[in-house]
Design a protein around this ligand. Structure first.
Ligand SMILES: N[C@@H](CCC(=O)N[C@@H](CS)C(=O)NCC(=O)O)C(=O)O
Length: 236
């Protein structure tokens, strides 16, 4: 039986969206502490010295969010936390038990982190063209199994929790015509083409998942991302 778990996240952070989804999928018992990462409380560095969300405080006696029990363990980094949540709840299927499937989950997540994430930032604030995102989508699509609804088969895993926050944000930004009309239109056009049909069906399936919907605040995310895009444009 897992011990007490406190999740420090934000409903408008893409990284914390990943861990929020995993906790919901695991049906974990946990306390969510909302941290505005654009204006963090001073005490938060005692939870994660790097000052970043998501973070998890695990174990020890129940205590206030800003003064966790000395017996608790403080953990950070979304990739680490996704595996930790899967380890705490092995029956959730968030991490398969088969070694080959486990390697596939990790390879999928590595592709999300090294290909799709930089593509999103380049497209969103760096002026990169739509093809940057489209090429990254194609690389993810190549990893999808021939049969199966999710990243590595028929069960939702932390691979799906990892890519979903990026997919929903890219679609949202593209639908709103951000970061630029041409960049947005190119992504939407590619998503409605047969070439990306399999990836789009997969992404849309994730977007409809209750865990994916409940672990973010779409309006706040849009406001934050719009501000980030405008800030980057003003700095040029
Ligand atoms: N590599 C980290 C990145 C986390 C991250 O950058 N979080 C942002 C919010 S989306 C944050 O906390 N930023 C505040 C800061 O850097 O001070 C992870 O995967 O958890």
């Amino acid at each position: 039986m897992p011990e007490q778990l406190t999740h420090y996240g934000s409903k408008f952070s893409g990284y914390a969206h990943k861990t929020g989804i995993a906790l919901e999928e695991a049906k974990a018992q946990y306390t969510h502490v909302e941290i505005d990462f654009t204006n963090k409380p001073d005490w938060f560095v005692s939870i994660n010295p790097a000052g970043k969300i998501p973070a998890i405080v695990y174990g020890g006696a129940a205590a206030p969010a800003d003064k966790p029990s000395p017996e608790s363990t403080k953990l950070a980094e979304s990739a680490v936390l996704l595996e930790f949540i899967a380890d705490l709840y092995p029956d959730s299927g968030l991490m398969p038990s088969d070694p080959v499937q486990r390697a596939k989950v990790r390879f999928f997540n590595n592709t999300v982190d090294t290909v799709l994430t930089p593509a999103l930032f380049g497209w969103m604030v760096g002026g990169a063209p739509a093809s940057t995102i489209v090429d990254a989508f194609k690389k993810i699509q190549e990893l999808l199994p021939e049969n199966g609804q999710f990243a590595v088969g028929d069960r939702f895993t932390i691979a799906d929790a990892s890519v979903a926050p990026l997919y929903v944000r890219i679609v949202l930004l593209a639908e709103k015509g951000l970061p630029g009309k041409e960049q947005a239109a190119g992504v939407l056009e590619a998503l409605s083409s047969p070439e990306l049909a399999k990836f789009k069906a997969y992404g849309d399936r994730l977007a409809e998942r209750p865990s994916v919907i409940s672990a973010w605040d779409k309006e706040k995310s849009l406001a934050y991302l719009t501000m980030a895009i405008q800030g980057a444009k003003a700095a040029k």
